[in-house]
Design a protein around this ligand. Structure first.
Ligand SMILES: O=C[C@H](O)[C@@H](O)CC(=O)C(=O)O
Ligand SMILES: [Zn+2]
Length: 278
């Protein structure tokens, strides 16, 4: 069963008045993985969809949702899938792609049947991002060895991390989707600091591999007008194009970033230095 939720976009001036519950209601996505279900959030930020697929013993099929008014989900869209659980299968029009934890699959526009399945007893958890697509690009698996890897940060600033660019245009052709996975090394807790905005693209973060009982304070908002949202393991958050997206954990963790919008230029960011934040 494919379930969907809808979010309007918020402008930065209105967002300044939001309290804790409104921030959580508009930006936090906390119900991604439900056994035997696909849960999707359709947002008005570049019509980006964020979701999760958790196959039970039966495979679970990606169905179209009412917001798309399409015959099938990928009629006018592209899809990025990253597995954050045990080994699993993504089946695209009869072709099986086996994904280990932290491996990705790009699924091109026009693919009619997409389903998710277990391999043996393990529980795969497929994190999904989708954006409107103007043309068909070939479906392709991106394993961890195919990633473009960047090392950022250092121990002294508690932000030593590995950026694995998975679904980016130097690795796989896409229309507007970009996705990757960042791993904080033990003892390091800050992601995306110095923070940045990119008004050409929206972004979504999905935090995982956070240890039991720990939390992440995610920072959003205009650089001079920030807010925080406490997040737990396996939760996602929408970042409007005007917002920073950065976080600090009570322990280390990993997260998936996904973006869509005007360009495919990962480095097109406006950086905010730590002392400039308010
Ligand atoms: O626009 C790019 C995204 O925000 C992330 O790739 C940043 C990130 O993973 C990091 O600095 O840790
Ligand atoms: Zn960003």
């Amino acid at each position: 069963m494919t379930n969907s939720d809808f979010r309007y976009a918020t402008n930065p001036v209105d967002a300044r008045r939001y309290g804790t519950s409104e921030l959580r209601e508009h930006f936090l996505i906390d119900d991604l993985f439900v056994s035997g279900q696909i849960n999707l959030t359709y947002s008005m930020y570049d019509r980006y969809i964020v979701g999760g697929a958790m196959p039970a013993n039966e495979k679970v099929q990606l169905e179209t949702i009412s917001h798309l008014k399409s015959d099938y989900f990928l009629e006018r869209r592209e899809l990025g899938v990253i597995n954050v659980g045990d080994k699993g299968l993504v089946i695209v029009d009869g072709m099986e792609y086996e994904l280990e934890k932290k491996e990705a699959l790009y699924v091109g526009r026009g693919s009619k049947e997409v389903s998710f399945a277990k391999v043996g007893e393990g529980q795969p958890l497929f994190y999904l991002n989708s954006a409107p697509a103007h043309k068909e690009c070939p479906t392709r698996k991106v394993g961890k060895k195919d990633a473009e890897v960047v090392h950022l940060g250092d121990d002294l600033n508690s932000n030593k991390r590995i950026i694995n660019k998975l679904i980016v245009n130097s690795v796989v052709e896409t229309c507007q989707l970009q996705m990757g996975l960042t791993e904080l090394l033990p003892g390091n807790v800050w992601n995306t600091m110095p923070a940045h905005t990119h008004s050409r693209r929206m972004e979504a973060y999905f935090y995982f591999d956070l240890k039991e009982g720990q939390t992440i304070s995610h920072f959003m908002g205009e650089p001079q007008n920030t807010r925080h949202i406490f997040m737990h393991n396996n939760q996602a958050i929408l970042s409007p194009e005007w917002s920073i997206h950065s976080g600090v954990g009570t322990s280390n963790y990993s997260f998936i970033w996904g973006m869509a919008g005007e360009n495919l230029d990962y480095s097109d960011m406006d950086t905010c230095e730590p002392h400039e934040l308010r």
